[in-house]
Design a protein around this ligand. Structure first.
Ligand SMILES: [Zn+2]
Length: 344
């Protein structure tokens, strides 16, 4: 079980980067992986604070998020031999830093610039160019530095997306339990409770998750980080990823780069909650409250695309047993359910 040793969330905490790095024993050399934009927003500050405190910091800017980028970063790690790799950015830069550092057996520190999904704290990486459309095991960050001043600068859409990814745990945990009952799969009560608690926390605080509300953003960040920890405890994405994630992965195949991961997962959660016989209306209301999309139109999708994604979701990852395997829906049933839940 790998868990972060330092988790710092709050206004201006990025200034503590050097202090945290030194406390963890990374006193000499570091490598910062960031994007062009995120370098200006946060990468530069990380670099400057480290250098100011006498810790060497080299920056490498990645432009895309493919397995080729991971290999390029690995080469940099082999050449520079840093004590630690910082991933500074939204989703993709963190994923690249996480996977390349794991492959090279160097610790990794996560410095997120958005709160759009739980990859900021999880041990998993999602990178394009791999055989599978879902995340693979990499390593947990040894520290997470989440500066709310920086994250609050992003468009509220990203924060709403993060809420969708957390609310998804509501059905992910139900799917996990189902797999344990019907397929005798390992089920970790503690990891499941942690994921579920995060979802409940965001649902309870939905009304304060809005632009320029630091408290709401903190709730979301803490929930996302707890989800990452839940995955580290479980040793897989099981507590955080069920049929609603398979639905999102199917949408990624049907219409790539259309919507944010958490937005798609949120809509998937409405549908899967209905299938589980849970309170799907409450999920829908909560998503609306935080400003996340709740139907195909708001997601920029047509009716057929949503129905197709629901129909093909269970085939994305056959070993992951969910409510969709249990119900084995026909295309007509998928359409009916999408209509009942108001998704189409
Ligand atoms: Zn997710």
């Amino acid at each position: 079980m790998q868990l972060p040793r330092e988790v710092v969330v709050g206004e201006g905490v990025i200034e503590q980067t050097a202090e945290i790095s030194k406390r963890l024993g990374f006193t000499e050399s570091t490598l910062i992986i960031t994007g062009k934009k995120t370098h200006n927003i946060a990468g530069k500050i990380v670099e400057e604070t480290l250098e100011r405190e006498g810790v060497q910091a080299k920056t490498y800017i990645v432009e895309s998020a493919t397995i080729k980028d991971v290999e390029a970063v690995e080469e940099k790690i082999r050449a520079l031999k840093p004590q630690v790799v910082f991933g500074v950015g939204g989703g993709t830069k963190i994923d690249i830093a996480k996977l390349s550092s794991a492959r090279q057996r160097v610790p990794f520190i996560s410095v997120p610039t958005t709160a759009s999904h739980d990859g900021i704290a999880s041990p998993l990486s999602s990178v394009k160019g791999l055989e599978k459309p879902f995340s693979i095991m990499a390593q947990a960050p040894v520290a997470i530095i989440a500066d709310t001043n920086i994250i609050a600068q992003t468009h509220h859409r990203f924060i709403a997306s993060g809420c969708g990814d957390v609310i998804a745990k509501f059905t992910a945990v139900r799917d996990w339990k189902l797999a344990s009952m019907n397929r005798n799969e390992y089920y970790g009560e503690y990891a499941a409770s942690l994921a579920l608690m995060s979802a409940r926390l965001v649902m309870r605080n939905a009304s304060i998750i809005k632009p320029e509300n630091e408290k709401g953003l903190r709730v979301l960040l803490e929930a996302l980080i707890s989800c990452g920890v839940a995955m580290s405890i479980a040793g897989s994405s099981r507590p955080c990823s069920g049929a609603e994630h398979l639905f999102s992965h199917a949408l990624d195949i049907i219409k790539p780069n259309n919507a944010l991961h958490g937005e798609q997962c949120g809509i998937g959660t409405i549908i899967m909650a209905y299938l589980h016989g849970a309170n799907w209306k409450h999920i829908k209301e909560t998503l609306k409250t935080v400003g996340a999309p709740t139907n195909a139109y708001e997601l920029g999708l047509g009716k057929d695309e949503v129905v197709k994604a629901l129909f093909m979701a269970s085939s994305i990852r056959p070993e992951r047993y969910t409510i969709l395997n249990k119900l084995d829906l026909s295309l007509e049933e998928c359409e009916r359910i999408a209509k009942i839940t108001g998704v189409v």
